[in-house]
Design a protein around this ligand. Structure first.
Ligand code: IFM
Length: 444
């Protein structure tokens, strides 16, 4: 039997994007590590780059108008650090700041609340040459950068996200070599993770000072971890994966310590930490941003990293080969509520890649994405009814964009982008989402 699930009044529905993935406008900014990574042969699908992307840098007004047509209440976007500080520090590119000022003003004209992410992976190349996030100094340069941005936007932007998915930055970029800067070194990755967390803590008072009544949070990519069987070694392997993926970031931010089990497992490879660091990292935040896509099913597997391996049970999978598992979202939100008592939660990303096709009459019938979103909205609703302080939901993504190592070969948007003409076409999922927003409810 179908039912109508109503969301709390004022629930913030929106979409999310990130600077490197949509902006283009490379001539008007400094270089970042992803510009370099795209030019490293074999690292990014067919050598795709972010040089033009969706050309949002020039088309932002149309994109905001489209969001308004769809009824969006909020928009999460990130700032390109090298657009503000081409060398990562020092001289400010005022044209870069002007762009974000115009974007914020346009959003506000359409009554769309801006949620600003300060770092979504585009570290200035100039700072990478000085050691990147492995260098402690980068955390202080990030704090300076946060100061420049908040001074310019802080009178109109009141929702700030310090980092997007530090796990991906640290481990995909420095342990698995799949993302920029492309290294494969565990101690380095752990040091990077620590400096990202430190920079998060350093930025908090700067954002509070510069933006009256600011709501400040961090976005983590989180997944429930399930053991493949109830065997003791699989259960223990799942616990390690949880420590590696979820708790390594949750515990410092909420409890001011790294998880003891993982600290012991990493042994001599643990990061160097200054005495005051954990106190800085644990500074109170106003919300946790949750990026949820799927769960992980884990089995014990000696000879693999952490003696574990992810397995892929039968089920439905997206074009990323990620299992469709909406009930994991309810499980995750309730666990976060119970274990960490965040003041508020936002789903800062959720969505799926599908093999979308544009029909000759300009339609995209992405019924799989509609089903995916419907099921995840219902799962979020379920968590709210059980006490999770969920205040909003940002679908990833507003429009198709540069999907990192996959280049433009994966489409996550609810709006289709024809990369040859840069024309935008709302997919069926955009129309579906607009109706959910208009009713503040979803039929399950
Ligand atoms: O495209 C990414 C985004 O930049 C970060 N979170 C996951 C998305 C899909 O892979």
């Amino acid at each position: 039997m179908s039912s109508v699930l109503e969301f709390p009044q004022g629930f913030l529905w929106g979409t999310a994007t990130a600077s490197f993935q949509i902006e283009g406008g490379i001539e008007e900014r400094g270089r970042c590590i992803w510009d370099d990574f795209c030019r490293w042969p074999g690292k990014v699908f067919e050598g795709h780059t972010g040089d033009v992307a969706d050309d949002h840098y020039h088309l932002y007004r149309d994109d905001v108008a489209l969001m308004a047509e769809l009824g969006m209440k909020a928009y999460r976007f990130s700032i390109s650090w090298p657009r503000i500080l081409p060398e990562g520090k020092g001289e400010v590119n005022t044209k870069g700041l002007d762009f974000y000022n115009r974007l914020v003003d346009t959003l506000l004209e359409h009554e769309i609340i801006p949620f600003v992410t300060l770092y979504h992976w585009d570290l200035p190349s100039a700072l990478q040459r000085l050691g990147g996030w492995a260098a402690r100094d980068t955390a202080y340069r990030y704090a300076d950068y946060a100061g420049v941005v908040v001074k310019s936007l802080g009178d109109r932007v009141h929702h700030w996200i310090t980092h997007n998915e530090p796990w991906v930055v640290a481990f995909a970029g420095n342990l698995f070599g799949a993302h920029a800067p492309g290294w494969e070194d565990l101690p380095l990755a752990l040091q990077v993770a620590h400096h990202l967390l430190l920079s998060h803590g350093l930025a908090i008072p700067i954002l509070r000072d510069g933006s009256r009544g600011a709501h400040i949070g961090i976005t983590l990519n989180l997944s429930p971890v399930h053991p493949a069987t109830s065997k003791v070694e699989d259960v223990a392997a799942a616990e390690r994966q949880d420590g590696f993926f979820n708790r390594w970031f949750l515990e410092p931010v909420f409890k001011g310590r790294y998880p003891e089990d993982m600290w012991a497992i990493y042994g001599y490879q643990v990061p160097r930490i200054a005495p005051e660091d954990m106190r800085i990292i644990q500074r109170p935040i106003d919300f946790l941003g949750v990026n949820y896509y799927t769960r992980a099913v884990i089995q014990h597997s000696p000879s693999k990293f952490l003696d574990l391996e992810q397995i892929y049970p039968e089920g439905e999978y997206t074009a990323m080969h990620w299992e469709v598992y909406p009930q994991g979202l309810t499980e995750l939100l309730l666990r976060l509520t119970k274990d960490y008592a965040p003041q508020a939660l936002y789903i800062t990303e959720n969505g799926c890649a599908c093999e979308d096709e544009l029909t000759p009459d300009g339609q995209v019938h992405d019924s799989k994405r509609v089903a995916y979103l419907r099921a995840h909205f219902a799962a979020a609703h379920q968590a709210i009814t059980q006490g999770a302080p969920l205040k909003g939901y940002f679908v990833w993504s507003l429009m198709d964009n540069f999907e990192w190592a996959f280049g433009y070969s994966r489409r996550f948007g609810i709006v289709y982008v024809d990369y040859s003409s840069l024309k935008r076409y709302p997919k069926d999922s955009a129309k579906f989402y607009a109706s959910v927003i208009a009713q503040n409810a979803v039929k399950s």
